[in-house]
Design a binder for this molecule. Sequence first.
Ligand code: G
Ligand code: G
Ligand code: MN
Ligand code: NA
Length: 251
Amino acid sequence: MDLERDLQRALAHHEFVLFYQPVLNVDSNRIVGVEALIRWQHPTRGLLAPGAFIPAAESMGLIYDIGIWTLDAACRQATAWPRHIVVSVNVSAAQFRHDGLIESVAGALRRSGLDACRLELEVTETAMIDDVPRAARILRRLRDMGVQIALDDFGTGYSSLSFLNSLPFTRIKIDRSFVRNLGDGSGDGAAIVRAITGLCSSLNVIATAEGVETREQFDYLRRVNCPEIQGYFISRPCPAADIQPLLDQTD
Ligand code: G
Ligand code: G
Ligand code: MN
Ligand code: NA
């Protein structure tokens, strides 16, 4: 199979689709955002998850065009949703290293007409660690445009407190490995989640706990004042049509 030709055809023939996973604000019990997660509706292999093609797209240099498609599709979709809903788009390390990122973001906002503050980019520590000054410049420009920035998979990279302090994040997404280890709330996993939540609150950054699957995890996170929750307990990622009814229409 020639995956490169296959991926080029996928772009040309609109075979990619975005699924969306809601983010719940715990206090208000309302959905405040959705994370866009790409899928490939492959003509013979069925619906493919990003792990099956994003790494290949990166090594073939196709990730930039896929990234533009994703930004365009997510921004366009968000214009159909209530104005308080923020749409998050994942940016991989290769995309973040590419100089065209800011132009792609500006283009997607321009073409869709979406208000910049309703777009959030999710970036990982790994994408930024080898050149923190450059990351700071890029993120600053995006923030100046009004775009929100989430630090994704927090805790799995080389996060240091100075890193958190020197980059203009609006949101920290606590990696689901910590949520999985919450246990009964008395162990080390819970202590880490509690500490990250407290740190975010002190730094005025919103903490979002990812991978919340159970009522017990949800209750624990609410007890330690984690402001936002995402995970199967709220909803799996699903097509836009299935998300629509979950979004509170009153602004
Ligand atoms: O969607 P899961 O449902 O399988 O996503 C797996 C991984 O793929 C996550 O780490 C997510 O950040 C990444 N991912 C999902 N959608 C996109 C996308 O549009 N672009 C990039 N670069 N990564 C994505
Ligand atoms: O790396 P990133 O955080 O972007 O990855 C998002 C991934 O997490 C997607 O693959 C998504 O399907 C998955 N995911 C979302 N919610 C849950 C959950 O509650 N449990 C598990 N195991 N995975 C989840
Ligand atoms: Mn993410
Ligand atoms: Na994440």
